[in-house]
Design a binder for this molecule. Sequence first.
Ligand code: COS
Length: 425
Amino acid sequence: MTKLALSSADLPVFFEERHAALAARLTPEALAPLAGARDAAEVARRMGEPLGLYAHLIPEALGGAPAGAGRAADRAAIDVRSLVLVREALGQVSPLADAIFAVQGLGSYPVVLAGSDAQRREILPDVLSGRRIGAFALTEPEAGSDVASLRTEARREGDGWVLDGEKVLISNVPLAHHLVVFARTGAAAPQRGDAGGRGAGRAAITAFLVDSGAPGVSAEPLPMSVPHPIGRLRFEGCRVPDSARLGEVGGGFKLAMQTLDAFRISVGAAANGMAARALREAIAHVTRRRQFGAPLSEQQMVRAYLAEMATELDAARLLVARAAHKRDTAPEEAGGAAARVSTEAAMAKMFATEAAQRIIDRAVQLHGGMGVIEGTEVERLYREIRPLRIYEGTTEIQKLIIAKGILERAAAELPADEPPPGRAP
Ligand code: COS
């Protein structure tokens, strides 16, 4: 591979000089230690040293990479456009590294956002170096998309808490040193159809920072269809001090959503990286492979496929760049929190992951029979892309978030006394 396809080169209007400098460092040669490596622990370590990629998960004020003019003072700022470039590159070179990187972010950003000074000092320098790997323990056997219904319980006991419950499909579990655990600290989980209980359900969730080796925590890996460290966690009488609490009691749901808002954009970027790799493989194949006396690229139907793949990829890259740019540059909310970009993030995640699936599927089709032989690049990508339409919020959940966002905006713009459009006043 000579060069990686990175949005900062093709869409400079959304990016700044420091992004071009980062892109110049994200070369196939620099990332060669990750390409083809299958040992997850080794991959996780290399991304810390020597590559320094985890710096993009930590704000500059806490030792991480700069987040741009006017943002350096914000302790909570991370530069989402840098995350986009890193994940676009990793998507092309090593989806395994990409997944570990992303979950290192999910497992540390809640500490960045809501951690006490002591928690930040304990966790973040080691996250930066890669000596410490984190995980984001939200999903449960009975609570996937419906976060408000989670059942893991944290019971107040003396000056601490006791955790009981089960988490499943938690990435990085086989590697993780610490877990960001979301647990119920109040009202029981809402039941189906219990609309009034949902608000209470959300308000009763609190986040905790738990050592993966703490007494009462057990982990079990789950084999996946692609190389990816993932597993199940059980908490049985796991006692943690109150200083393990991350943020306010009852602030866990909002903390989870704020974390996902930033990282969902970067899921779109990873999908774009994988799709770009598939498109490049497809172009190389159809220009070399001859059928009916000419290269496949001379066939009109093949050209139509290539045109659709390239256009969908560019549309996805635009949506991802738009969401990341808005997240990085929109005025902060009261209290210094990053601006809400839930709608744009959901659009970017949904469109890019769905488009990447279609692009990679076309790349397999263009490879003919070789496209389904184990070990070919497009066959690997075909398996690697699938989880991205599910994790960090399914396509269907993104649609709900988008619809809610545009309806709320429309309602805010419509004066209360104005008749609905189409009706005579
Ligand atoms: N930042 C700040 N606040 C947020 C927020 C964000 N990004 N997203 C939601 N909130 C707040 C809302 O403002 C609302 O606050 P109020 O009650 O004060 O109005 C509250 O949180 C509830 O938000 P919402 O009404 O959107 O919640 P719903 O229960 O309707 O929907 C969904 C929540 C379904 C969108 C959520 O549960 C979700 O994202 N599910 C998917 C979970 C997921 O991604 N799992 C994968 C785990 S990681 S691999």
